[in-house]
Write a protein that binds this ligand. Structure first.
Ligand code: ARG
Length: 589
């Protein structure tokens, strides 16, 4: 379906043309003065210069034509030359009727359908999943769902960090703790024994211990580097250990992501890119892109238009070691081979922006990706605590994701139990659903690139711009529907969306009609917060309508049934949107 605003723009354009003016002047926008009108067109002002005529005259001419257009109930020319528009209620009701019949609420993306790889999550194996990874998972999941909803082929890749120094640190620490293990013997050739020689609990304790040790003890740090080198060179015992670490970690990560309602299509890892590195580097050398600089092998990526210094992209350090950028480039080689994507979208902390600028430029310049491939970076800000500094636990450590989720759910549970209308078990379950919504909405409602403050009390509030408020609106609709079902008498004719009977109903219908605008711009601008903004406005419009309308006491049964039908549509829109944000609503709360 066409967007409603595009339909009315077309009408206004025709109005301009019918008066002999340039049609493109007829662009319509939402009104700046909702007290006066719903939509407006400022084209007469631009037309004034073109036709050397007072804007109010032009507006006056066009308005004469618009008065008879079926989509408007009112068209007025106001000084100095605005065209103020009010929608016809019948036109609006018909539009909603058509939306309701459409499988995707009339949301139609008419651009090219793309194959898109979304690189998000990005946890590091063996390190606990912490809040730093939370934003990537939440934002990336939403972009994935939205992309799919619009008809793209989307592949969500977790891109595990499994190849860095953390592996060497863990291996070295294990060597000190469990020297009896067979893996440290250079002559080790055995198959990987099935049982991992540690649990996830141990692993999580080992990494911070090893990391702290390496900072205090240079000899240990040296050994960890050596272990990393041996692993990357492919020593059998080290590979076996790495494999154990990976398996133990991945099953724990999967559990965590499941709690977040985040799912990946592929669990690729940094190590998967390693086999592509030698040939890639060789080719970059041969084609003359890579050159030596202070012992390292680099590719220049600066451009004439740069306003700040963009350092070269380093492929190999002077000791021949590969870097994060080498891995990301080789991953693009692999992605090209496996999926030949039209677009690759990285959802990563915005502090990594320079790294991605270098990688993208290098990939384009060296032809790793085709020139038409879009490489996009969706950089997000930091989640801060109330002190304005990156969020930490009370003892100063990085808060683990599971505890964070638990903190929110517990707070919601307390709140539900205050009223004690449901059993404890139900309260627990509901608290989990609401808690997740609170957390995700609390994150997604901010523009991604901005830092925001983690504030449990605000996130879980049932009022204001919060996840629970949106859920509450949906639950309220469900409860009205149940009450309606229980009425002794219902309208038996065909139920249509009826032209609005009040201002608040019309305002609600207009909000409903805007779902396409919200979803399409959220995707094209990589801005899930636009969905939040939209459902917040829609919920407000619904709640205003609800407070001003006596639905249950309505005597006109057809009108009553039409209200219920509108409610169902509002609920469908809200549920679709929260589904795209990655959470759902309970039946009661
Ligand atoms: N593992 C990285 C980190 O924790 C994030 C990975 C992002 N994706 C990528 N292709 N570099 O910072």
């Amino acid at each position: 379906m066409k967007k409603l605003i595009d339909l009315i723009t077309e009408t206004v354009e025709q109005g301009f043309e019918a008066c002999g003016y340039e049609g493109s002047l007829g662009k319509v926008t939402l009104s700046n003065r909702p007290d006066l009108c719903e939509y407006q067109c400022n084209g007469a002002m631009a037309g004034a210069k073109l036709y050397k005529k007072a804007p109010i005259m032009i507006a006056g001419d066009v308005v004469e034509k618009l008065k008879i257009a079926p989509c408007f109930e009112e068209a007025a020319a106001v000084s100095p030359g605005f065209i103020n528009l009010k929608l016809s209620k019948t036109f609006l009701a018909d539009y909603l009727e058509e939306m309701d019949h459409s499988e995707k609420l009339g949301v139609a993306y008419d651009g090219d359908k793309e194959t898109i790889v979304i690189d998000y999550g990005g946890p590091n194996v063996a390190k606990p999943l912490h809040v730093g990874h939370l934003r990537s998972a939440i934002i990336g999941e939403s972009m994935k769902r939205l992309g799919r909803f619009l008809g793209h082929e989307v592949i969500g890749d977790v891109h595990l960090g499994d190849w860095g120094l953390q592996m060497g640190l863990i291996i070295e620490e294990l060597k000190e703790r469990k020297p009896e293990l067979p893996y440290f013997d250079e002559a080790y050739t055995g198959d990987y024994p099935e049982e991992a020689p540690f649990t996830i609990g141990e692993l999580e304790e080992i990494y911070p211990a090893a990391s702290a040790k390496s900072k205090a003890d240079e000899a240990f740090a040296e050994k960890a580097h050596d272990a990393t080198f041996k692993l990357q060179r492919g020593d059998k015992g080290y590979m076996a250990l790495w494999n154990h670490i990976l398996n133990v970690s991945v099953s724990d990560l999967k559990k965590n992501y499941e709690k977040l309602n985040v799912t990946f299509d592929i669990w690729k890892k940094e190590s998967d890119a390693q086999p592509y590195i030698p040939a890639m580097v060789q080719e970059m050398k041969e084609k003359g892109f890579a050159h030596e600089s202070q012992g390292a092998l680099v590719v220049d990526v600066k451009e004439d238009t740069d306003t700040k210094e963009i350092p070269p992209c380093i492929l190999l350090k002077s000791d021949g070691a590969t870097l994060y950028s080498t891995t990301d480039l080789a991953t693009l080689v692999e992605r090209e081979k496996l999926f030949s994507p039209d677009r690759v979208l990285y959802v990563v902390d915005k502090r990594q922006e320079l790294h991605f600028t270098q990688v993208f430029r290098c990939a384009k310049k060296t032809g790793i990706v085709r020139p038409e491939v879009k490489l996009d970076f969706l950089g997000f800000g930091t989640m801060n605590g109330k002190d304005g500094k990156p969020f930490k636990t009370r003892d100063g450590g990085v808060m683990r994701l599971e505890y964070l989720i638990k903190e929110i759910c517990d707070a919601v549970y307390e709140k539900i139990m205050e009223n004690r209308t449901v059993s404890e078990t139900e309260a627990r379950k509901t608290a989990e659903v609401i808690g997740l919504a609170a957390l995700k909405y609390g994150d997604l409602s901010n523009q991604a690139s901005k830092d925001y403050m983690f504030d449990v009390d605000r996130f879980i509030s049932f009022e204001g711009d919060t996840g629970p408020y949106i859920l509450y609106t949906i639950v309220r609709i469900k409860s009205i529907q149940a009450k309606y079902e229980a009425l002794p008498e219902h309208y038996t004719g065909t139920v249509r969306v009826l032209p609005a009977a009040s201002e608040s109903e019309k305002a609600l219908q207009i909000e409903v009609s805007k779902v396409s605008d919200a979803l399409l711009s959220a995707f094209s601008e990589q801005a899930p917060h636009k969905i939040c903004q939209y459902i917040y406005d829609l919920s407000n419009a619904f709640n205003r309508f609800y407070h001003e309308t006596k639905i249950m006491a309505e005597e006109d049964k057809e009108r009553q049934a039409a209200y219920i039908r509108l409610l169902e549509l509002v609920k469908r829109v809200l549920e679709t949107c929260i589904g795209l944000l990655g959470f759902e609503a309970p039946d009661r709360m």
